[in-house]
Design a protein around this ligand. Structure first.
Ligand code: GLN
Length: 465
């Protein structure tokens, strides 16, 4: 889609203004029902499209391409709420590295889209502003936390979107909305200017309708950034050009513990096995692999992310960011400002503070940190025997709005197939495989850290099955 749009722009068949207007019209028509946008950047988008057309220069990789950003990614002069009341009215004084790169590449920002508060959640129901609906069934969630990103792409209100994935937040909503979403390896994309949830897990990545589009966008946003010390200086390939449709002889693993997990719906398991068999027909070699620590992944993940979140949330004291009040006392000020957080964020602060407290640090935080290392090592060993892994994304199809919101544990368990990938710091791409009972189906392909090209190729074969 991006490449065909660019050739239309270059041959003057279409203008950036036509495409931008088309998208703005669709947002006006569909978004009142879907609720993906927290801010619509209409005037600015029109202005940028006009400037692009009058320059006539469509040489940049995303010149004139309209897109959306999750509302945790800073753009100078625009709101950056993280779906929280504590950042209501906050205007970012600077731009994130990701947005600077996209802007430089010619992308046109249509608006900022919904997220669970501070990206904590799997359904978008934790946003303080609105509940985004799944474009394929308005009674269901779009997934989360990048639900606004996935819904905007699925309903053609943006050619692509940028989301974040700390424990599944790109892959699961992509899966629920029937679009492609890649969680790059930890450190592949700079987080400078992106609001943190759990800093040793957070990754930023694209969602789009096709594997090729996510590859094009990842090449634009990836790379070393002096403003984010976790980004190594590893060259960024032209991912789209490196996509190969030949998977003959590629060894693809199926994780035994994933397919035997409690609570996985039979149709989800079936979809993964069916897709794996199709890959076998194309010449891939399937291999069952065992990741014995899978059963500890969800508890390890939640112990660690909530600990990191509790410290990341400390800066929101209502003095430096967000709405301010005239307090009667220090206590009064804290009580007012910190009560602007929603339930899931409060839960994170309480859980995290508890596990980091002197008496419990060794028993919880430190132990979880050690298990994380073991999980990472298990994945490293597996990738010595296989080139990639194919796995389900969510144990069940998109659930109904309200179905799980009062049961945080059930919501956490929904992340069983996504969080191990963040614990290991490797890459994973969620790719649609079709529809079942009117709802999107899909799988994820996992690869070694910094081997995104490998998973793009396999995902692209899956997309064309
Ligand atoms: N649902 C997971 C959590 O709340 C993942 C969220 C994310 O990836 N940002 O931690």
């Amino acid at each position: 889609m991006i490449s065909s749009l660019l050739s239309d722009f270059r041959s003057k068949k279409k203008s950036a203004q036509d495409i931008t207007e088309e998208h703005l019209a669709r947002i006006a028509e569909k978004d009142p029902e879907i609720g993906a946008f927290l801010y619509i950047n209409a005037e600015n988008a029109r202005k940028k499209a006009k400037e692009r057309d009058s320059s006539g220069d469509f040489s940049a990789p995303l010149a004139g391409i309209p897109m959306t950003l999750k509302d945790i990614i800073a753009v100078e002069g625009l709101q950056n709420t993280a779906g929280s009341k504590i950042l209501e009215g906050y205007i970012s004084p600077y731009s994130s590295t990701v947005w600077k790169k996209l802007e430089e590449a010619g992308a046109i920002l249509l608006g900022k889209v919904n997220t669970d508060e501070f990206t904590m959640g799997s359904s978008c129901e934790n946003s303080a502003y609105k509940i985004t609906k799944n474009p394929h069934d308005f009674s269901r969630v779009p997934g989360g936390s990048s639900g606004g990103s996935a819904a905007s792409v699925a309903s053609d209100m943006g050619i692509f979107s940028i989301g974040s994935d700390t424990g599944g937040s790109i892959r699961q909503p992509a899966n629920f909305c029937g679009v492609v979403g890649i969680k790059p390896s930890y450190g592949r994309v700079s987080r400078s200017g992106c609001i943190s949830y759990a800093s040793s897990f957070d990754t930023i990545g694209p969602l789009a309708k096709t594997v090729e589009d996510t590859a094009i966008v990842l090449s634009v946003i990836a790379g070393h950034d002096p403003l984010d010390a976790t980004t190594p200086d590893i060259p960024v390939p032209n991912y789209a050009q490196e996509i190969s449709h030949n998977i003959k002889g590629k060894k693809i693993g199926l994780i035994k513990e994933f397919l035997q997990a409690d609570g996985i719906r039979p149709e989800i398991k079936e979809e993964t096995l069916k897709t794996a068999q199709e890959l076998e027909k194309k010449g891939a070699i399937l291999q069952e692999v065992s990741l014995s620590l899978t059963k500890y992944a969800v508890s390890t993940y939640y112990l660690l992310v909530k600990a990191e979140a509790s410290t990341n949330m400390a800066r929101y004291d209502g003095i430096r960011y967000g709405p301010s009040v005239s307090p009667k006392s220090l206590h009064d000020m804290y009580e007012h400002n910190r009560s602007l957080f929603g339930d899931e964020v409060k839960r994170a602060i309480m859980m995290g503070t508890y596990t980091l407290s002197a008496g419990y640090y060794d028993a919880y935080y430190l132990k979880a940190a050690k298990v994380r290392t073991l999980i990472k090592q298990e994945y490293e060993q597996i990738f010595e025997t296989v080139d990639a892994i194919i796995a389900p994304v969510s144990p069940f199809p998109p659930f109904c709005i309200g179905e799980k919101i009062d049961d945080p544990l059930a919501m956490y368990l929904a992340d069983i197939f996504t969080v191990p990938i963040n614990l290991a710091g490797i890459c994973g791409i969620s790719v649609p495989t079709g529809f079942r009972n009117g709802l999107p189906t899909g799988v994820q392909v996992l690869g070694k850290a910094f081997h995104e090209s490998q998973i793009f190729s396999i995902a692209s074969v899956i997309e064309n099955l």
